[in-house]
Ligand binder design. Structure first.
Ligand code: NDP
Length: 339
């Protein structure tokens, strides 16, 4: 708990090695002052945050995520409003902030206090606890957004199996559970042996190995297998999925852990099978859309496996979890509890 004037935060600092001129990044647990926070209307006492892939990139100094140091990562935060100069919220309101610039170049939820524009802040649905909201976090919101888009494009359980790639990660594990809860036959692609029991418990009926989609890279089309897919992996894997969709099927693309480029992409699956590649961004979605999705996750789309896919961690665990994310060794969601 913060004293309001001083608070604790993980801080990434940048140093340049004088001999090699290479940049190095150090993560330290520090005491910060309110005056260290960026300008913003809403001051929030953060009770929980969560750990996402993007936080690991920020802590490594990835310039696509963070350019200004010292910096506190944490793209998700939930907590109570301390003050709001915009007049939108009153002290004590329970609110959630995910995405926009939080944790990128704006100090994020790996600090006990954040200060952000009111236009980034959603009201926490009353039926979700603070912990549950961060178990969902950006990853869960992204999974839900992918599934919204697939449903909007007409996907139904009777169409056939749906694939989730990067299934044991944050986005993937929520996607597996939500699709299964919605009555879909879910195939989970995972490189992790130890994730199999979790994925089965979340509702996956089949586990697909990563190697499976490494075959037939140069073939223009592959056998029709999946009616739809949520892809967290990107790279050539994404296009292997596109080539394996059933006629008229759709894949929602949200991630790039295997890389950004589809080196063997052609137009054939699109013009011969009428498949759809749906882009998903959950970061800069207009606030009203985010609030609506949070309300849906709190009511119609409550996740049956949310507690099974979530581990609660303390601030001291952050460096270890960030390292595991970089090595692709995490399972499900990690909620940082500041209390
Ligand atoms: P995680 O690190 O939690 O999960 C990623 C999973 O991908 C891993 O658990 C692993 O699952 C798999 N994986 C890791 N490395 C590789 C690799 N080299 N090749 C193939 N599979 C790999 O990340 P998140 O779930 O938080 O994020 C997933 C992706 O989604 C990231 O790229 C992230 O940047 C992106 N994202 C995008 C958002 C958007 O708005 N578009 C928002 C949030 C995230 P397994 O072992 O089961 O294969």
């Amino acid at each position: 708990m913060s004293s309001t004037e001083h608070f604790k935060a993980w801080v990434v600092s940048e140093e340049t090695d004088t001999a090699s001129e290479k940049k190095r990044y150090q993560l330290n647990f520090e005491t910060r002052q309110l005056s260290d926070l960026p300008d913003g209307e809403v001051l929030i006492d953060v009770s929980h945050s969560s750990v996402n892939y993007k936080d690991a990139l920020s802590a490594q100094g990835n310039p696509g995520v963070t350019r200004v140091f010292p910096h506190t990562p944490g793209i998700d935060a939930v907590g109570k409003v301390l003050s709001d100069s915009s007049g939108t919220f009153k002290a004590g309101d329970e609110v959630i902030v995910t995405g926009y610039d939080l944790g990128m170049n704006t100090a994020g939820g790996f600090g006990e206090i954040i200060q952000v524009p009111a236009s980034w802040v959603v009201r926490k649905p009353a039926s979700l606890t603070a912990l549950q909201s961060m178990a969902i976090g950006t990853a869960g919101l992204t999974a839900a957004w992918c599934i919204e888009k697939l449903l909007h494009n007409g996907l139904q359980p009777s169409d056939g199996p749906v694939l989730v790639t990067g299934a044991s990660g944050g986005v993937g594990s929520v996607a597996v559970n939500l699709l299964a809860d919605l009555g879909f036959e879910v195939h989970a692609m995972s490189g992790s042996e130890s994730a199999k029991s979790m994925l089965t418990a979340l509702g996956a009926s089949e586990i697909v190995s990563r190697q499976h989609l490494g075959e037939g890279l140069k073939k223009p089309m592959l056998k029709e297998v999946w009616a739809g897919a949520v892809d967290c992996v990107g790279g050539d894997t994404l296009f292997q999925v596109v080539k394996s969709l059933k006629y008229g099927g759709s894949v929602a693309c949200c991630g790039l852990v295997a890389g950004p480029a589809m080196s063997q992409a052609t137009v054939f699956p699109f013009i011969l099978r009428g498949v759809n590649l749906l882009g998903v961004d959950s970061v800069n979605v207009p606030l009203a859309g985010k609030q609506a999705l949070w309300d849906k996750l709190a009511n119609e789309w409550t996740l049956s496996g949310l507690s099974a896919l979530t581990q609660t961690i303390s601030p001291a665990d952050i460096p270890d979890i960030l390292q595991k994310i970089q090595q692709g060794e995490t399972l499900g969601r990690y909620v940082l509890d500041w209390s």
